[in-house]
Design a protein around this ligand. Sequence first.
Ligand SMILES: Nc1ncnc2c1ncn2[C@@H]1O[C@H](COP(=O)(O)OP(=O)(O)O)[C@@H](O)[C@H]1O
Ligand SMILES: N[C@@H](CC(=O)OP(=O)(O)O)C(=O)O
Length: 436
Amino acid sequence: MGVKVLKFGGSSVADGIQLEKTRKIIESDPDRRYIVVSAPGKRFEVDNKVTDLLYLCKTHMDQNLPYDQLFQVIEDRFNAAKMNLGIDVDLQKHFDVILQNMKNGASADYIASRGEYLSAVLVAAYIGYDFVDTAGLILFDRKGRLLAEETNRALSAELSKHEHAVIPGFYGSDRETGEIVTFSRGGSDITGALVSRAVNADMYENWTDVSGFLMADPRIVKDPRPIDRISYKELRELSYMGASVLHEDAIYPCRVENIPINIRNTNQPEDPGTIITAEEETSEKIVTGIAGSRDFTVIAIYKNMLAAEKGFVRRILMILEDFDISIEHMPTGIDTISVVLADSAIDGRLDEILEEFNAQLKPDNIEVFEDISLIATVGYGMNRRAGVAARLFTALADAKVNIRMIDQGSSEMNIIVGVENGDFENAIRAIYAAFS
Ligand SMILES: Nc1ncnc2c1ncn2[C@@H]1O[C@H](COP(=O)(O)OP(=O)(O)O)[C@@H](O)[C@H]1O
Ligand SMILES: N[C@@H](CC(=O)OP(=O)(O)O)C(=O)O
């Protein structure tokens, strides 16, 4: 018998109807033995994700506002699914513990994690698999960094005792204090990958609401072409740049064990979806996918004879390290260095950063471009062809998009352009049209 790990995203466990589809998928293949679930997501466009409601409870708690009614909405969602499916499980005792912990000032991570916890309790009872909590198995250090090897050992030892299990996504615990720690948003994908590695799965199936990875975000490009096969490396670039289907940190645990990832659609289980493996695509295709994110700032630092000045880059990095900021990109010219920073990392401290740059780097000039979006055009085929960059820039020029920054990764399978936030969608459509 083989082993498959399945992760069902929020859209796949959003309500009773979705849970029924989930159960059918699991039961249709005996290899589908380890199931990772997210918290219930949106049932319709203007609905709330349970995780967002839980974070809102925490905000209310911190501001001494009532949160009982908000938590009641969450209870109602779980109870409705339980009733609709006739599941025999006592959820009330779990709600009571969570509410009590909230009254005692529980952390944001603990509260946010309860969506996945309750979801896994419910699904385990529904399909008759064991419930295996990840607290004490997925381990983090004091700085909230995943302890990958310890986690692998702990998960592997525990799961070997269970032939079938439902496992909550998104969280684990601090190795020393035992407190709950969550991954960043979308992190249930990482749990699925860690479980896949721990049980040495033959396949990691990631079930969502699209039939695989598409060449571009379907909310921006109408009916983008699906990607049948993609390499871990290409996918990581796309995920990191904003293609939200799979969390970028979900790739490493599968890559080390060479476990293929299959992105599938819970609403259309017959579709084959996208297969992600180590193999580099050798087809004629030039571009595999396009992805991007909004809200970056580019700081361009000009200094005559900069290339000859030793330690300049190191000083830039040290200043940013003091602000605890990591750089997204760093395009360089002879007398210019630009740093591209996420606005979320700058966190309102732009003036302070510029002050430090001026004081410590003594530049001739500094220019700042705010409200920038980054768009990555990714594909192995790009380094085998001449004229790819020209085609991309012509497409953007024809669409009247002003390019504020260009960076080509050293792997040459990725060209990143910075455009104004207002041009973001237009630019993605133009690039898609040029390469699809
Ligand atoms: N390149 C892409 N291909 C497919 N979907 C994409 C892409 N970029 C963004 N998306 C969005 O990602 C969504 C799936 O991810 P997510 O919302 O995290 O699902 P889940 O709740 O199943 O984890 C899709 O509904 C789609 O809107
Ligand atoms: N529920 C968490 C974790 C997660 O991975 O969710 P989803 O699979 O619905 O993206 C979040 O909303 O971030």
